[in-house]
Design a protein around this ligand. Structure first.
Ligand SMILES: Cc1ncc(C[n+]2csc(CCOP(=O)(O)OP(=O)(O)O)c2C)c(N)n1
Length: 524
């Protein structure tokens, strides 16, 4: 059996038997075309970033195609993931524009961290790479270093990690992007976190449970997440579940999770579609937050989610050796795997890279053109790679003397109860920078003294909604760990009580988190 055989690129899902009335659940917007100069800048940013991302996977020299490619220009080992990059770059370009237009405080959490070329290319264009790593300056030499060093020993890694400016999420093990994004917005009322979730990642248990995270966000005290589900239809070698669900199935699913969903899928004018949809998402967030902050909170608010349908490997090679590449799983990693030894594939690579017209995107000295810079946020601290929220934001807690809570010699008390008393005071003293994330283990761990001054922040329950509350209690260790990661990597402190027998469920998450923390301390 040949495994997955597809007879056309970007196949659409089979129609479902869900009633047509469900279509009304998907948000419809009037089409508004973007101003011409914005449209042009967005497109140029994307062409430049796609060019760099593709070049990073293949080239060790001749990075601006100043002569025809030869086998010597190709890296000895081709490593990198192309398929997700065009979609990530599309999102990145629009987030830039949105931040600039609305003066936003925003960070970007990228689920498909294997799409590092997309993010590194965008970070290079906005100048965040050169800020932290002078060797990646925005000129020819810096571009050469970025492209030739990617995924080579001593160079940049193939996945997003703590060395990636602006990242708070290790992009290796899939599944946690969404919970990390939600943890980051807690107690940061002005922060918006855009979070891309791959449709493959969306099949994972941790992501499935994390959709409910919006039910633990009190819009009076916390910011908002814009989840963007990147439905490019394929994972490594098969179609995805979401890629095989039609709009009605998707709309029904996300409505049930608590969201309003907007499909972005107009491939003829994706910029207008994406631009309008992100504007809509911001408007919805604003409505929900303003209501809560002016004491008219909306019960069970319907947060926005964007379902982005793009062909996997969009703008890459269409067909190689008779097989579809663009719009198929074959674009997931290296679309031209024999580029170092096969003349035809080398020529295909040259044609592909030339299609972005790099000569129009970079000045003579290799720096990006003014047109590209026009959609990049002007202030450094608003660039996605430089927002201070993701860079060394830790402020120590105000802690009382623990000895006050100790037990007198000869006396007896549950140590957990004593800790509960101490935590109660600590939560009072740190009302916006300390939270407890608990998988229904707070009372069983005898920490319930904390409820003397606070509550559970569950917004779907009539007995706890609109009240704030420092305890997030969700029976998902994956969510607790993800929330804690997002909360702590944006400078606050989280406590995660559990029971050692069950904590093994998130063992690999903890390892990733520890690795991220260690590396973050070592980078400039
Ligand atoms: C938990 C986990 N299981 C498996 C993998 C291996 N893996 C890497 S990428 C990938 C496919 C991801 O598909 P998707 O999330 O749709 O990303 P995209 O198509 O945008 O590349 C898989 C299975 C992983 N990184 N993490």
């Amino acid at each position: 059996m040949p495994g997955e055989v597809i007879d056309r690129p970007n196949p659409e899902p089979l129609p479902s038997n869900v009633p047509d009335s469900v279509r009304d659940l998907a948000v419809k917007l009037d089409k508004i075309t973007l101003p011409e100069n914005v449209n042009a800048s967005l497109k140029e940013f994307r062409r430049a970033a796609c060019y760099i991302a593709a070049a990073m996977i293949f080239l060790k020299d001749n990075v601006l195609l100043e002569r025809d490619l030869t086998f010597e220009d190709i890296k000895p080992r081709l490593l990198g993931h192309w398929g997700t990059c065009p979609g990530l770059i599309l999102v990145y370009s629009h987030l830039n524009y949105l931040i600039r237009k609305h003066d936003l405080d925003m960070i970007f959490v990228v689920g498909p961290g294997h799409g590092a070329p997309a993010i590194l290319a965008s970070l290079w264009l906005e100048g965040s790479m050169e800020r932290y790593y002078p060797q990646y300056s925005r000129n020819k030499q810096g571009l050469h270093n970025l492209i030739s060093g990617f995924s080579t020993p001593g160079g940049l890694p193939s996945h997003i990690n703590a060395e990636t400016p602006g990242s708070i999420h290790e992009g290796g093990e899939l599944g946690y992007a969404l919970s990390v994004a939600y943890g980051a917005v807690m107690d940061k009322p002005n922060l918006v976190v855009a979070c891309v979730v791959g449709d493959g990642e969306a099949e994972s248990g941790p992501t499935a449970t994390a959709w409910h995270a919006c039910k633990y966000i009190n819009p009076k005290e916390s910011g908002a997440v814009i989840p963007i589900v990147h439905v490019n239809g394929f994972k490594i070698s098969e179609r995805t579940i979401y890629g095989c669900m039609d709009d009605k199935e998707m709309a029904a699913l996300f409505t049930g999770y608590g969201y309003q969903c907007r499909f972005v899928e107009d491939l003829e004018d994706i910029d207008a579609d994406m631009g309008n949809s992100l504007e809509w998402a911001l408007r919805e967030i604003n409505k929900i937050q303003q209501a809560a902050r002016y004491d008219k909170p909306i019960s069970k608010p319907r947060w926005p989610v964007i379902i982005l349908r793009t062909p996997k490997g969009w703008s890459g090679p269409k067909k190689v050796e008779g097989e579809f590449i663009e719009g198929s799983f074959r674009s997931h990693q290296v679309p031209l795997p024999k580029a170092k030894s096969d003349e035809t594939q080398l020529k295909d690579l040259q044609k592909w890279l030339e299609s972005y017209r790099a000569d129009q995107l970079f000045a003579k000295d290799g720096s990006p053109t003014d047109n590209i810079r026009k959609i990049i946020p002007e202030k450094d601290e608003q660039k996605l790679g430089q927002n201070p929220v993701a860079h060394d934001p830790y402020r120590p807690l105000k802690l009382t003397d623990w000895q006050k809570y100790s037990v007198k010699k000869g006396g007896e008390m549950s140590c957990m109860k004593a800790i509960g008393e101490y935590l109660d005071q600590s939560l009072v003293d740190n009302p916006t920078s300390l939270r407890i994330f608990s998988p229904d283990e707070l009372v069983s761990n005898k920490l319930d003294a904390v409820f003397r001054h606070t509550g559970r922040n569950f917004q779907w329950d009539e007995f706890s909604q609109f009240q704030g509350g420092r305890v997030i209690e969700i029976l998902s260790e994956h969510c607790c760990q993800g929330f804690m990661q997002g909360y702590t990597l944006t400078g606050r402190v989280g406590i995660f009580p559990s029971y050692e027998s069950f904590l093994g469920i998130i063992y690999t998450m903890m390892v990733q988190f520890a690795k991220f923390g260690k590396m973050a301390h070592e980078v400039p």
